[in-house]
Design a protein around this ligand. Structure first.
Ligand code: 13P
Ligand code: SF4
Length: 373
């Protein structure tokens, strides 16, 4: 699904200076005016984010996409699932463009739509309980459509708690896709014990679970994860506490449960930035999320606060990083020449059902951190 093939760009893009590319992007933006909107996720590089009309976490960017009424073109500087969501939430006439088609999300790829259908058959065959499927927006449009068809919804890291409450008002159990960590961290923060959760492994027979385990569980967590956030460990938290007891630790809820437990705060990228912006002068922070966000925040507050990564520069989302000035300029050049390249389109049936799941999320928006001690 994601990680599509991105053909190489014409060679002259490799010969342009950054300043030249930036000037040309600026000129295109001016010429397109309100017909063009550029959305930028917080993990994007500084070079790219400077051109975003709106920046945000997945929730905020979904809302921005849905709010676009004048634009004909939305360039999504983020990853494939985000562009798909934007396509679903905008009018059909709007071109949603992903500057580099190979900007996928390895977590989203961990929930293959056929595996999800198979899991559903297995789970519903062994229990009469009502299962509500909830998918993190970091998933393919087909998985969102599956949730829409089966009475479920999408969530982001900003509203996972509200959506889990919504699900439990409607059913007995939740199948949470594809990030076991966001599912576990959120359910635990709501007061559900760890033994009410089991992990469904799509690569194991019957998900690696007995019928009894499925019947007893409240939360069936899909065995998916973010390889970037798996770099943060409880040992990193211990090392920070030892070296700098006054330092606060804030992490994304895609981190392992043991890390979230040791952190002071956990929440979406937008929440993390808000906390860092509002933190008192002189405060120290170790941040467990993608390194571009952390470096930008560190730079912005360099004279007043100490902000650094909880782990180090290896915590980089390599697919987000594929969006660069060259690709942004290329799709704008093509657009200006009347050619739409890298348009992300979701077929009509998937769009209809996925929109149901996304709309249930947007109707229940009530952003809150996953845990704040
Ligand atoms: P946010 O919605 O918190 O920005 O998270 C998106 C994401 O992909 C984090 O890895
Ligand atoms: Fe996907 Fe992880 Fe990158 Fe977020 S940081 S886009 S979850 S791979």
């Amino acid at each position: 699904m994601a990680n599509l093939y991105q053909p190489p760009l014409p060679s002259h893009y490799g010969q342009m200076s950054e300043a030249e590319m930036a000037d040309r992007i600026r000129a295109h933006k001016k010429a397109f005016g309100q017909r063009l909107v550029i959305l930028g996720h917080h993990y994007q590089q500084d070079d790219v984010i400077q051109f975003a009309d709106f920046t945000g976490d997945s929730l905020k960017l979904s809302q921005q996409a849905a709010a676009q009424k004048q634009a004909d073109n939305v360039i999504f500087c983020g990853v494939h699932f985000m562009a798909e969501s934007a396509d679903i939430l905008t009018e059909e006439r709007v071109n949603v463009i992903l500057p580099d088609l190979s900007a996928g999300c390895s977590m989203a790829d961990m929930a293959d739509p056929l595996d999800v259908e198979e899991a559903w058959e297995e789970l519903t065959a062994v229990t009469d309980a009502t299962i509500i499927p909830i998918t993190y927006v970091n998933s393919a449009a087909y998985v969102k459509a599956f949730c829409g068809r089966h009475g479920g919804a999408c969530c982001t890291s900003s509203n996972a708690r509200r959506i889990l409450e919504w699900a439990l008002e409607r059913g007995d159990k939740v199948l949470f896709l594809p990030d076991q960590h966001l599912g576990r961290n959120t359910a635990y923060a709501m007061g559900h014990p760890l033994d009410s959760m089991v992990v469904y492994d799509p690569h194991a027979l019957h998900g690696g679970l007995t019928a009894e385990q499925i019947r007893n569980a409240r939360f069936l967590l899909w065995k998916g994860h973010c390889s970037v956030h798996m770099n943060f460990t409880a040992a990193h938290c211990d090392a920070v506490r030892k070296a700098d007891p006054a330092c606060k630790i804030i992490v994304h809820p895609e981190c392992d449960w043991s890390v979230v437990q040791k952190a002071d705060l956990a929440g979406s990228t937008e929440y993390i930035l808000k906390v860092l912006n509002e933190a008192p002068e002189g405060s120290h922070w170790a941040v467990g999320t993608e390194v571009h966000l952390v470096n930008r925040a560190a730079q912005m507050h360099a004279d007043r606060k100490v902000i650094r990564s909880l782990a180090g520069p290896q915590c980089l989302c390599s697919t987000m990083y594929r969006i660069d000035l060259k690709h942004l300029l290329w799709c704008l050049d093509e657009l200006a020449a009347g050619r739409v390249v890298n348009r992300i389109t979701v077929d009509a049936e998937t769009r209809r059902d996925a929109r149901v799941a996304l709309q249930r999320m947007l109707d229940n928006v009530h952003s809150q951190p996953v845990s704040a001690k």
